[in-house]
Design a protein around this ligand. Structure first.
Ligand SMILES: [Zn+2]
Length: 422
């Protein structure tokens, strides 16, 4: 099988150049979707795609796509990520995946490699949270889960998402044309920084992502009784905060015990929140994440049962809000194997790990086999100016991405009939 040589110096220069498109007067690097900096960066990016021999278009959901034809018109191999950032961000989250994709396309072009499959490099629109209260707008659009209701959402100035979409070249009236059905994408790859500390702890530059964790979230309300903090003896209290505190610790304990799960109470509102009043009511968020959905449900049920006990012993009423579930995305075993082998060609024993954060791959994984490669993050920092991945690690990641793409083109060609039958 062929091998590819990625020009990693050029990739690093591209990362530096893309970072110069930042909103003035902000700390770190800021390129929020729909902003002038974002639109200017995309014009530059489109030029980079053209230079790499890709034909460039923007689909109806506002995704910037560079396409390279295959030998025949088959489902495409896709590499993608995003170039928008949170405010005060770093220079790697998302950008790495898009620019490494372009670097792979450039290497194919320069080596004159003809893939069996068409290749698409995608800059997905607005992966990070937007003023419309929605993230992953582009990948949701491609997965066919963006609808009229979402397009009507407004930012604080009253501008609708449909209008914002139009301003970046999207076509809200024709959203259906952006939808890819199962079978349209042969496989999807995303190279991304880890944004955590697992790889650093293990001394590994690269990681093979098993999938993206599922999330269960709900608001819990604890209704006790606000009483005078001086005149109400301990035995006569209905302290909502004390009950909530038991639940917070139970969540921590249960997630620990489950192993591959995390549980977090990130928001807490206490009422009346006065120093001389026994807390009468508490509203708090609870979320549990794991790659294994059974684990999410088990941990959740355990916390709930402890919550009922804590509340009934204190005479506090527990009102659980609606559950918001996001199913996990699992990379299929055959794709995981191809990615692990490609990473193994450039780094020794790359570990397997789940992604605890959401990515465009979560949405594309619902319509196509999707896999990710993580690059080590310094101190696990991300969404801040300190975000950093070493040039050597980035080079390994880009080469692994190129190797995985070639292997996929080869493997899928051999199993095409099998694949299309599924
Ligand atoms: Zn990202």
């Amino acid at each position: 099988m062929k091998t590819l040589t990625i020009d990693t110096d050029r990739l690093l220069r591209d990362l530096d150049t893309l970072a110069t498109f930042t909103e003035p007067g902000t700390t770190g690097w800021t390129r929020r979707a729909f902003s002038p900096a974002f639109i200017a960066a995309r014009a530059w990016l489109a030029k980079r795609m053209q230079d790499a021999g890709l034909s460039v278009s923007v689909d109806a959901a506002g995704n910037l796509i560079g396409r390279r034809p295959g030998l025949v018109d088959m489902p495409s191999l896709m590499i993608g990520s995003h170039t928008d950032t949170v405010p005060g961000a770093g220079r790697f989250d998302g950008m790495l995946g898009v620019l490494a994709g372009i670097a792979v396309a450039r290497a194919l072009d320069q080596a004159g490699v003809q893939l069996h499959y068409p290749l698409e490099i995608v800059d997905f629109l607005a992966e990070e949270p937007t003023p419309f209260g929605l993230s992953c707008i582009g990948s949701m659009g491609m997965a066919g889960v963006l609808d009229e209701r979402e397009l009507a959402r407004q930012d604080s100035s009253g501008r609708t998402l449909a209008e914002a979409l139009q301003a970046v070249g999207g076509r809200p009236d024709d959203l259906g044309s952006a939808i890819r059905k199962r079978g349209d994408i042969a496989a999807y790859l995303e190279l991304h920084i880890e944004q955590g500390r697992v790889l650093e702890e293990q001394g590994a530059p690269l990681g093979v992502v098993q999938g993206i964790v599922g999330i269960r979230r709900a608001m819990l309300q604890f209704a006790g009784r606000p009483d005078h903090a001086g005149t109400t003896p301990m035995g006569l209290r209905h302290d909502a905060l004390a009950a909530a505190a038991e639940v917070i610790l139970a969540a921590e304990r249960m997630a620990y015990a489950a192993g591959a799960a995390v549980a977090t109470v990130g928001r807490l509102a206490i009422s009346p929140n006065q120093e001389n009043v026994v807390p009468g009511s508490v509203e708090m968020s609870l979320e549990v994440r794991s790659l294994n959905w059974g684990t999410v449900e088990r941990v959740w049920a355990g916390i709930e049962s402890e919550a009922r006990t804590a509340c009934s012993s204190r005479g506090v009423e527990l009102i659980a809000g609606d559950l918001h579930d996001v199913a996990p995305m699992h990379t299929p075993d055959w794709l995981l194997e191809i990615i692990a082998r490609a990473c193994g060609e450039v780094a020794t024993d790359p570990p397997l790990l789940p992604s605890g954060a959401g990515h465009d791959a979560s949405w594309i994984g619902r319509i196509a086999p999707a896999g990710m490669i993580f690059v080590r993050s310094k101190d696990g920092r991300s969404h801040c100016p300190e975000e950093y991945s070493a040039p050597e690690d980035i080079a390994l990641g880009a080469n692994a991405l190129g190797a995985a793409l070639l292997a996929l083109d080869h493997y899928l060609d051999l199993t095409l009939d099998l694949y299309l039958d599924r």
